[in-house]
Design a protein around this ligand. Structure first.
Ligand code: SAH
Length: 456
């Protein structure tokens, strides 16, 4: 214990040096780190130590003696309660600097990769607010009425929310209108404790280019009281709505969606464009939440793929085929792999919709399907991966190493797993040439990056 230089409930004056991946400031006393919520790099602050662990402590920000040049007032009134954003107190310019550094740090620390060019983050040019095309809002009850909001940080209490500053305005309107209509028809909110009530979540998804909206009612039971009237009123009140879908989740779980999805009104999907490619998007399919930046991200992936028109390309974790179809225009052939069957249906439909005939799609785990293809003698010149936060499966990385595509493009939403996977590829004969972070999620700590990896 004597080695620990701080004590619980004591106050210390420190200079904040860094920002963690979840947005807390880090200061050090004799090399011992203290994590301080809401403190920013370069700030001189007074901190009260509230918890001491073996190798680090948590502190509460008591006073800012010298603020960062990048400190701003968070514009959102519910910023602290919500926790959906973590960096609103940092200027947008400051956020982009911090995200670049985060990528550089993990490449060194986790990937043991030195001197890899990490370019300045490509941020949102004009307005880094109101960018999200999808809202998923939990429904609760207060004084007999329905509230639509968010779970208070570290709790299961739903707080009422009228607007979210990173959400497309139309999604706020859609959620509130659906809430009012459901309330009027006596729909009860799902209650986690009693496992009673009907409406669990409302999801709204907006096609930025087409203006089309999908509403998804996520319910505990297949029945919704006055369903027909509710759906008709939603469609009448919101002309942008082209699709009303119900998803039934009867389980006691905090996973939002259940297995059963059915269309209540209108189409099974809405459309949107990224660049000049049109996409049909159904309720359960993954679709990037920041469409303006998606175009920037995919164009970078396409550039890093270095296609001449002759290549055979595999797009692993392809979702509804978004990247695949971007690549198909410049490649000989593209094969997409994705685990969600509905997404693959969308991908096939999207290829047809755009009259793209050189893209094929398969349902399954990338780490199972691609090794199988390889054993059958099907290889690729270029491989693109865009895995979820946990990164690529080891079996997939090993297959890439054996298959020896001349280039790998790695699109990542988690720099830590990107760094881990780049290390594996490095040991298997690949070199990471450059990394381009793209800001898909302004005001949050989330950080997206594309890496160009070449066979040596
Ligand atoms: N490239 C797409 C999707 C990226 S998100 C886009 O930009 O829109 C990651 C996708 O990986 C999701 O669609 C998810 O369903 C899928 N996925 C998750 N685990 C997988 C696995 N083991 N094999 C294949 N796909 C997987």
């Amino acid at each position: 214990m004597t080695d620990i230089p701080v004590q619980k409930n004591e106050f210390y004056d420190v200079t904040v040096q860094d920002l963690t991946h979840d947005g807390a400031g880090v200061a050090k006393i004799d090399g011992f780190p203290i994590f301080i919520q809401n403190a920013l790099p370069d700030e001189e602050v007074k901190v009260k130590v509230i918890k001491v662990k073996k190798g680090y402590a948590f502190g509460r920000l008591e006073e800012i003696k010298k603020p960062s040049a990048h400190r701003v007032d968070a514009p959102c009134p519910i910023y602290k309660q919500c926790g959906g954003c973590q960096l609103q107190h940092l200027s947008y310019e400051g956020q982009l600097i911090a995200k670049r550094k985060q990528v550089q740090d993990v490449l060194e620390r986790i990937g043991h990769l030195k001197d890899i060019p990490v370019h300045p983050v490509l941020g949102m040019d004009h307005n880094p607010w109101r960018y999200r095309n999808k809202a998923q809002v939990p429904i609760g009850e207060r004084e007999g009425g329905l509230i639509a909001g968010f779970y208070q940080q570290r709790s299961h209490e739903i707080i009422d929310m009228k607007e979210c500053l990173i959400q497309q305005e139309i999604n706020d309107t859609v959620v509130q209108t659906v809430r009012e209509i459901c309330e009027k028809h006596g729909v009860r909110a799902y209650n986690e404790k009693t496992h009673k009530g009907t409406l669990r979540h409302v999801m709204a998804r907006y096609g930025l280019v087409t203006g089309e909206v999908m509403v998804v009612l996520i319910t505990r039971t297949p029945d919704i009281p006055n369903r027909k009237a509710i759906v008709e009123e939603i469609a009448a009140a919101l002309p942008e709505v082209k699709s009303v879908v119900q998803n039934v989740n009867p389980k006691k779980t905090n996973v939002i969606f259940g297995d059963e999805t059915r269309v209540l009104w209108g189409n099974e999907y809405i459309y949107d464009f990224i660049g000049d490619i049109k996409f049909a998007i159904s309720a359960r399919s993954f679709y990037q939440v920041n469409p303006e930046q998606t175009k920037v991200l995919y164009e970078k992936a396409l550039e890093y793929a270095g296609l001449t028109g002759e290549e055979s390309v595999i797009d692993a974790y392809c979702g509804i085929g978004t990247i695949s179809l971007f690549l198909a225009k410049k490649a000989r052939k593209v094969f997409g792999v994705e685990i969600v069957p509905e997404a693959i249906e969308d991908a096939k439909r999207n290829a047809e919709l755009n009259e793209i005939n050189n893209a094929e799609f398969a349902v399954g785990e990338a780490e199972v399907v691609i090794p199988k293809w390889y054993k059958q003698g099907n290889t690729a010149d270029v491989l693109v991966v865009d895995p979820p936060r946990k990164g690529c499966d080891e079996a997939l990385l090993q297959t890439i190493i054996e298959m020896k595509p001349k280039r790998v493009v790695y699109v990542s939403c988690n720099p830590a797993t990107l760094a881990r996977d780049l290390r594996v590829l490095e040991e298997g004969g690949y070199k990471t040439v450059e990394v381009q972070p793209v800001d898909m999620f302004p005001h949050t700590v989330h950080c997206e990056a594309v890496a160009r990896i070449e066979r040596i």
